[in-house]
Design a protein around this ligand. Sequence first.
Ligand SMILES: [Zn+2]
Length: 339
Amino acid sequence: MTQEFDFSQTVKMNLFELTNEELHHRLLNRAAEERRLTHQILQLIAEVDQRKLYLPMAQASLFDYLVKLIGYTPASAQRRIAAARMMQQVPELGSKIENGSLKLTQVSQVQQVLRLVRKKDNIQLLPNEKKDLLAKLENKTGAESELILAQEFKLPAQTQFRQKIQKDESVRIELTLSKEQMEIVERAKTLLSHALPGATLAEVIVNLAERYVRTRVGAKSRSKSQTETEAEIDANAEANAEVETKTRTDQGSTSAAEGIQRQRRGFSQQAIPAAVKKDVLGRSQGCEFRDAKTGKVCGSKLFLEVDHVQPRFAGGGNEPFNLRPMCSSHNKFRYTNGC
Ligand SMILES: [Zn+2]
């Protein structure tokens, strides 16, 4: 009789006993195993592809087989097929995926671009050219890979504006922003991150438009109190980040505006002057939280708050040298862990 080893049970029993270090290393090891497994799966998929095993199994394509019989989502199946086929021509790809220097999504990006240039310019890359191309994408992010591919194949920038009304009367817009224009939009998104956590680009654009409309005609179309309350929340979210976050957690059953008013009064004696706050957050390269062990700095530009290097309860003041930008997650972490 074989004895099944109940891994899930062991995990449940042991996880809370792990030190932070052990937990981190266990996850690192498992992630490495996952990549090793992905490599093996790609080899198996390539073999199924060679044998056309899906045909006798009544599937019209490898894609159908992976989705219907193996259980991958369409996107996962597509990425694995792209990588398995690329691996046939560039055998090194398997070990690159296994060591994490190349991701399945990057192989997918390459495949899409190759399909495009084949169709457009009738260019077909040789296996060693594909190998060189993949080497250029090693350890790059998705966005970096996209840029490299666009430059490599001189893909023309799409500039035409498309606008299409859909059946639910929503409008689908396709537009091109220059690098500089996109930077401005991203900056607005970052500044709005307190007021609009996790907002999509569309939500950011609509929010900005609403603000503009409000400054011009808003008061006429809304009741006065509603406009004031919203304006107050907005203003608070941007200029008074610290207070706003505290209010959100303390809010309870009272309205946001009431909570903000109360907090504002409570902090009035020690509040950091708005100009100083703006200065600290405005110049910043993002959250300055540093991992004492690795020296790694967070750098997030979302949900930035002003942190006191020497906490206020320990006598720290609002002098600029005692202030630094910190994301709200790290600010809370510092506060609750006393570090
Ligand atoms: Zn941070």
